[in-house]
Write a protein that binds this ligand. Sequence first.
Ligand code: GLY
Length: 364
Amino acid sequence: MSDVSRRGFMQAASVAAAAMGAVSAKAGVAVAPAAGKIKVISSSNGAEATRKAYEMIAVGSDPLDAVVAGVAIVEDDPNDTSVGYGGLPNERGIVELDAAVMHGPTHHAGAVASLQNIRHPAQVALQVLRRSDHVLLVGAGALDFARAHGFQEENLLTEHSRKIWLRWKETMSEKDDWLPDPNEKEPGVAAFFEKNTILSSDGSRLRFRRPTGTIHCSGINAAGDISCTTTTSGLAFKIPGRVGDSPIIGAGLYCDNEVGSCGSTGRGEANLQNLCSFAGVELMRQGASPEEAGMEILNRVVKTTETRLRDQDGRPDFGLNFYLIAKDGRHAGVTLWGPEKYSITDENGTRLEECRALFTKPKG
Ligand code: GLY
């Protein structure tokens, strides 16, 4: 555990012990702190989110409030170009966000899609759950709803994301009138295109693969109550109005308070076609461990992947990850392409653990 992780964990553990002690004193019964049962898991970009959510759950917050507060850290982070403020925009250069929340104890859900100008879409999704009779609001309606609830509008496109988008637009085709700057020197822009360039499916040429980032976060408290959220700026440079898996209940996330939770990052279309998070929870209901359930949904995605999205060996050439937690606290991250990690905060602190991978990327 890093020093930072250890420090955060020790603070959370002492807060948890104090909180549990207070509950025990009130009830007049000497009960050992049960903070060890609290677990929060997330995608690899969610270490700070899981730490924050753990600390909140430890002092008695509802796991749903806790995970939404946790992912707000990543929604605020301009350096995460897959979520919230600084997320990569659609093909017109406008940031469009998708998010959903699900509350295990009530089985209620809320979601927003294609939301512009609001940096915390998961918080708007939470208001959809709590302050409307609907589950999913999109586009202008979602923005009106957010405004009505006091969310402030702002431009979510950072200079960094704008430059990446402009470079993409200028280099996409030689048949249009947009010309790239031959003196472009910003290292972040070049690094972005380098990182997302892969061999084409026939192995013969390099091609640019657009990232689908996202953060998912699930939390379980000492009583076994589970909630989760997923929030994203979606596929970079998407067609305006494209909605991915993140705000779709059963795809980007799902939880059942009797069973567990599952959420996703990666290529939303593959997940939408298989409703993987719902399937993952149902497989755990039938007795699969989180890892077994995760590998089964990945295998279903492999079976249904169309040829144009397969590499020369017939494997899907996109990324897709799932994060599963069972009511008894067992958890797993699974990925189509390893190595890949997921974040966890529990009684042992905050750390990254290895996802079980269906396929492994060649080194280099
Ligand atoms: N999983 C994020 C997206 O495809 O939008």
